[in-house]
Design a protein around this ligand. Structure first.
Ligand SMILES: C[S@@+](CC[C@H](N)C(=O)[O-])C[C@H]1O[C@@H](n2cnc3c(N)ncnc32)[C@H](O)[C@@H]1O
Length: 212
């Protein structure tokens, strides 16, 4: 039953980005774009989007889902590229917005320094991240999240059955290993001033604004 925790937060992410950037559009990079659902929402919101993922399979699916062209040429938006964020060359000081949805735990957290350096002055990095559950706060949260998740899954399943909507392919997943306190510590060093907040459905939201 496909209630996708990342998709659930798309509207929150777009609001967060809009508030941070003044909703003016600009250049965006989506890291670990999977089949491109959020990259397409960024493009629809007025951004010129580069979207990267090392999986040839999901990049092919993202391109197929693009309305125009093959999604990898000049003028295509989003422009999808098969690439690894830890090694691919990123233009310095270039992007107004960088997003990473459920992908940063696939790479060393310090990779955020590459993303920071690719932000234009005043640009915003938004990470919807995954961290392992630990401690009483997470237990309490799970007590609310588990039943809420069951209700949301049932609602999505019912809607999909009624509309005949095809369930999208699942991109590669990995178990998160870096706990939230360690993420906060590393963020404080690498992304000074970043905020990190837990969200209900096993995600955290990190927002960093690059100095102007
Ligand atoms: C759980 S999926 C999330 C996909 C998408 N962001 C979404 O919200 O549906 C994690 C994605 O991170 C990608 N990924 C893994 N290692 C990566 C790397 N080194 N650089 C960029 N993306 C990576 C995976 O291929 C996968 O598509």
């Amino acid at each position: 039953m496909p209630f996708d925790h990342n998709d659930h937060y798309h509207r929150l992410l777009l609001r967060t980005i809009g508030r941070a950037s003044g909703g003016t559009g600009g250049r965006a990079l989506d890291v670990g774009c999977g089949t491109g659902r959020f990259a397409r929402r960024l493009a629809a919101a007025g951004y010129t989007v580069d979207a990267i993922d090392p999986s040839a399979e999901v990049i092919a699916e993202a391109r197929a889902a693009s309305g125009t062209g093959d999604g990898d040429g000049d003028g295509d938006n989003p422009r999808y590229r098969q690439a690894d964020i830890t090694t691919t060359a990123l233009p310095a000081g270039h992007y107004d917005v960088i997003t990473a949805l459920a992908s940063i735990h696939h790479v060393p957290f310090a990779t955020v320094a590459r993303l920071r350096d690719a932000l234009a002055p005043g640009g915003t990095l938004v990470i919807l991240g995954c961290a392992p559950e630990s401690g009483p706060v997470d237990l309490l949260r799970a007590a609310v999240a588990v039943p809420a998740n069951a209700v949301a899954r049932l609602a999505v399943w019912t809607r999909d059955r009624a509309t005949g909507r095809q369930v999208p392919a699942k991109p590669p997943v990995a178990e998160p290993t870096l706990p939230l306190p360690a993420i906060r510590r590393q963020a404080a060093t690498l992304l000074p001033g970043a905020t990190v907040r837990r969200k209900l459905f096993w995600r955290y939201l990190l927002v960093y604004r690059h100095p102007r």
